[in-house]
Design a protein around this ligand. Structure first.
Ligand SMILES: [Zn+2]
Length: 350
């Protein structure tokens, strides 16, 4: 019996195959030995038969195919519509500002047709949840669901113009496909403040007995006066300053941009091309004067939220000074005027 067992062991080799673990890496096979203290020749295991290899390859390629097929061809995103451009007879190209992808452009097919289901959800300034199919050049909007359309803002021409101005600013300053979540939040919050402003104005007019259903030219061109207009103008300056800060063009307000001396509480100067305030000793570089009130207002808006900045009550002179200064800065960085400026000016003079 013992002789018989020894004979079996001799035939199988010095190490029983059952005591080996096969590790397969691709088509290579290795044998890892356990429990064998003595040196012994590695057991050569015959490779898998061709049929089994063929089956493994097929499974591998099938899994690759399934994985590739699952690569997304569409995606969902929230977006604010910044701009619309006509395309062909019935389509539009939308410039969208999204929280995750930044500014993108997409085609909204058929949105110029009266029966379009998408049209109402992709109006200018609308915040919508969109489904987009990835296209070769531009993505295509396949579904849209409006979340906020700022209806009260749209009912008032002055506030609507302000809203379009914000959208134009973002469109000019933000590069395509660059994520700017902070600017997205800034734009959304500012549109909400404008909407609330418009609502306050409408309630004020209603309390004065103005017919809100009156669609005559005079009624539509209701330009807020006094304090309310001042708040909206201050909100625009706040947005401009915050936008410049977000894109890296924050004006220098703490020290002189020419000699680096600390700015003292007195009348100073300003030059947009130098990026900030100039002290009286560097008056040769002044482009415009900067009053102490304007300097304090800008510094305050640099560091507080709008809820705090909104408590300020600048007079008309200070509003004009801040506006001219911010326009200088924006014009310098954009190297052109904004389309909305002349319209906003016209609205105020109306
Ligand atoms: Zn100086």
């Amino acid at each position: 019996m013992v002789e018989h067992l020894l004979a079996k062991e001799k035939v199988a080799g010095s190490i029983p195959v059952s005591r080996s673990i096969f590790i397969s890496i691709g088509r290579r096979r290795q044998v890892v030995r356990h429990g064998s203290a003595k040196a012994a020749p590695a057991v050569r295991i015959r490779s898998s038969p061709p049929i089994r290899r063929d089956f493994t390859c097929r499974v591998f390629f099938y899994l690759c195919k399934v994985f590739l097929m699952r690569a997304p061809h569409s995606y969902s995103t929230e977006a604010i519509v910044l701009k619309r451009t006509d395309l062909g007879e019935a389509d539009r190209i939308l410039t969208l500002f999204t929280p995750g992808k930044g500014k993108i452009r997409a085609i909204a097919k058929g949105t110029r047709r009266p029966i379009s289901k998408l049209a109402g959800h992709v109006d200018l300034l609308c915040r919508s949840q969109l489904q987009l199919a990835m296209g070769r050049n531009l993505d295509i909007v396949t579904q849209a669901e409006g979340r906020e359309n700022f209806q009260r803002l749209r009912n008032d021409l002055w506030h609507m113009t302000c809203g379009f101005y914000l959208a134009e600013l973002v469109d000019r300053f933000v590069e395509d496909q660059t994520r700017h979540y902070d600017i997205y939040v800034l734009l959304l919050d500012t549109l909400r403040y404008l909407d609330a402003d418009a609502n306050a104005l409408q309630q004020q007019l209603a309390s004065m007995g103005v017919n809100m259903d009156d669609t005559s030219k005079d009624a539509i061109n209701r330009v807020p006066t006094g304090q309310q207009e001042g708040q909206t103008r201050l909100l625009l300056r706040y947005f401009e300053l915050r936008l410049l800060m977000a894109v890296g063009y924050e004006p220098v307000l703490q020290h002189c941009v020419s000699c680096a001396s600390e700015i003292r509480p007195e009348e100073n100067g300003f030059r947009a091309s130098l990026g900030g305030v100039l002290c009286p000793q560097c008056s040769r570089h002044w482009e415009r004067r900067l009053s102490l009130d304007a300097l304090k207002t800008l510094r305050y808006m640099q560091r507080v939220k709008w809820s705090e900045a909104a408590r300020m009550r600048p007079d008309t002179r200070l509003h004009s000074e801040l506006e001219a200064l911010m326009y200088d800065l924006l014009r310098f960085h954009l190297e052109r005027d904004m389309k909305s400026w002349s319209f906003l000016e016209m609205m105020r003079k109306a």
